[in-house]
Each structure stands twice: as C-alpha cells, then as structure tokens.
Design a protein around this ligand. Structure first.
Ligand SMILES: NC(=O)c1ccc[n+]([C@@H]2O[C@H](COP(=O)([O-])OP(=O)(O)OC[C@H]3O[C@@H](n4cnc5c(N)ncnc54)[C@H](O)[C@@H]3O)[C@@H](O)[C@H]2O)c1
Length: 336
C-alpha cells in the first residue's frame, strides 16, 4: 500500500512514521510536510534512508503540491498536518484556518478525485469543548469547541464527515486526548516544563493549575492509529484516551519530583483566555471494536519522556536557540 502521511515531521507524525515502518515495513510512505516552525527533519533521522520512505516538502493547502503527489497513486491518507498550539491560535488563527480547514478540504478533495481507499483524519478531544468535574466524552458527545484551534479542528472533522456522507469517501476520524513523549516541540506543557526545569528556569503554570487533561503516551496513540487505519470501519469516529487524568499542577509536580528539582520553580501566571476546565475520554468503542487500550502508565511514560529530553539535549537546545531552522520555517532564529 502506498500511504500519504501529512505532517510527518511533527511530534505525533514522526513517532507514527517510525512506528509504522517498524511494524509494517512493506508499506510505502510519502511524508508531505510544509516544515513550519513545528516540523523538524531531525525527528526522522535514521528513517530518511529507508527504501520505503520518501519526503516531500509542501503545503497541503496548495493544489500544485497535491497534484503530483496524488498522480503518483496514493492508496491511503493519514492526515496529521495541522497548526496545533492553542496559545498561538488565540494570538492569530489565520494559519489554523489555512491549514486545518482549507488544507484538510484540499486533501479530502484530492483523495476523492483520485479515489483513495482510506482517509484517516486525526482529530482531538478538544472539539468536544470542556467538561465539569464529572463525565467523559463519547463519540456521540456534541461538538462544542472553545478555542480557535479547537474550532478549526472541529470544522475539519465536519468537512471530513461530509465527504463520507456526500461523496462516499472512505473517511475515518480519530479523536485523541493530550499526547506526550519524545520529539514534542518545547512549547507544549510537558516538554516546556522539562526543558525549563533542566535549565532551572521558572515554570509558568496557567491560573491555579487545576485544569484537568487526560494524558496519553504518544506510542499508545500511534498503536491505536495503526489499528484504526487497517481495521477500523469507514464513516466511524473513534475516541482514543490514555486513562491518565491529571491536573496541570499534578503533571508539573510529577516532572519536578522525578527530576529532583524544587517545586518552588513553579510560578502561577494569568490564565489562558477561554481555558477549558477538563477533558476526559471514553474509549470503550475502540476497545470493544478493535481490542485497543493504552498500555503505558502516566508515571512510567513521564519518566521515559524526561529521560529522553535529558539524553537529547541538543535536539531541543537547537530549537530554543534557533540553530535548528527548518527549511521554509517561520521559526526565524539565526541560521548557523
Ligand atoms: N499533540 C496532541 O496532544 C494532540 C492530541 C490530539 C490530536 N492531535 C492532532 O494530531 C495532529 C498532529 O499533532 P502534533 O502535536 O504532532 O502537531 P505538531 O504541531 O507537532 O506537527 C504538525 C506538523 O504539521 C506540519 N504542517 C503544518 N502546516 C502544514 C501545511 N499547511 N502543510 C503541510 N504540513 C504542515 C508541520 O510542519 C508539523 O510537522 C494534529 O492534527 C493535532 O490536531 C494532537
């Protein structure tokens, strides 16, 4: 099978490509990535020479980029490419509309035109909005996004569903909770806290730190995606959760404790506007239908993640000091 993976140089996409090539080396992978500030070619070092892997730099919203890729015959699409940071979407959501809405529409359109056999659209629990202190999201929960990021992802989910219903495009949607693990860009909560703690810098925590997220180790997510892509049912939505509900403060404390750093590094800062209180996923459907459930406990995953950032200091330092700059990136650090 020839599989187009979009956004494969980002956090989840790069972990996914590495995993897919290790368990299904017979499939051919084309990784289409624009290399925005979040895309990093170093995330796939060691893979670039694989005989069944090819990288194409380009924007999923551009027909001139998609045309030659689809002309080469694509059997399946796994769509990760997105603008993904809520805080950036609050500052300016134009890039989110461009990639998450227009880009997804373009991909769906090309997939329809070239009759792909499967289109896996990767989405997020954030499309459901927020929960109070009880309850969980099921696949039937209403879509009630709050941040511009979540609204752009919800728009792309609705367009993907419409292409299934109207055009019979074989779409499947997954909605996953918060991921953590190796290669996550150091603007997101867990790598931000780890890398700042490693430098003995203050750790900014929004509000009172009581917002709750369900954390899933990235490899558990990747395993679920492989299961859904090959065995899932067209037209369905599958929730993916980690059984890892923690307040932000509990997450930061766990990191500091494992690193042997003082909790006095924590500084509470003004809350994020529109900050969702809690997300929690009911993943009964994927468990019953496909036999998937998360394996990595939060405590184990967080230790592995801290160790990875310790052992790969040059990876994140080169991002923070601007010496890594992706080709075509908006990260305008000095190039050396
Ligand atoms: N990180 C999470 O916790 C999480 C949870 C649930 C779902 N998701 C979803 O998973 C997907 C991947 O998330 P991530 O955390 O790996 O994101 P990321 O920001 O780390 O990576 C995004 C990748 O997409 C690429 N990209 C951006 N715009 C593009 C464009 N116009 N054309 C081609 N490539 C483009 C970037 O260069 C980057 O490599 C996203 O769709 C996100 O909504 C993420």
């Amino acid at each position: 099978m020839r599989i187009l993976v979009t956004g494969g140089c980002g956090f989840i996409g790069s972990n996914f490509i590495r995993y897919l090539l290790s368990c299904h080396p017979e499939h051919e992978i084309i990784n289409l990535d624009k290399l925005t500030y979040a895309g990093n070619l170093h995330n796939l070092e060691g893979i670039s020479g694989h005989p069944n892997y090819r990288f194409v730099q380009g924007d999923i919203a551009e027909s001139s980029v998609l045309e030659p890729v689809f002309e080469g015959k694509i059997d399946g699409v796994i769509h990760f490419a997105a603008e993904s940071h809520v805080d950036r979407s609050i500052e300016d959501a134009m890039a989110f509309v461009h990639t998450n809405v227009v880009g997804t529409y373009q991909l769906l359109n090309f997939a329809k035109r070239y009759k792909v056999d499967r289109f896996l659209h990767i989405s997020t629990d954030e499309v459901y909005g927020e929960l109070g202190s009880r309850g969980t999201f099921t696949e039937d929960s209403p879509i009630k996004p709050n941040s511009p990021y979540a609204a752009s992802k919800a728009s792309s989910d609705l367009m993907a569903k419409a292409f299934f219903r109207t055009h019979h495009l074989p779409v499947i949607i997954t909605r996953c909770s918060n991921n953590y693990g190796p290669y996550q860009f150091p603007e997101k909560l867990i790598p931000l806290m780890i890398t700042r703690a490693m430098q003995d810098l203050p750790l900014p925590v929004y509000g009172d730190g009581q917002n709750v997220r369900d954390w899933i180790y990235v490899m558990d997510h990747c395993e679920a995606l492989v299961r859904v892509f090959f065995e899932g049912k067209e037209g369905e939505i599958y929730n993916i959760g980690g059984d890892g509900e923690r307040t932000n403060l509990q997450v930061v404390n766990a990191i500091l404790d494992y690193m042997g750093k003082p909790r006095s590094l924590i500084t509470f800062v003004k809350d994020r506007p529109g900050h969702d209180f809690r997300y929690a996923m009911d993943y009964t459907k994927i468990k019953k239908a496909l036999g998937w459930e998360p394996k990595v406990l939060f405590e184990e995953g967080i230790r592995g993640t801290v160790d990875w950032y310790r052992n790969n200091r040059s990876w994140w330092e080169s991002i923070l000091n601007g010496t890594y700059r992706a080709v075509g990136s908006v990260n305008t650090g000095p190039e050396k």
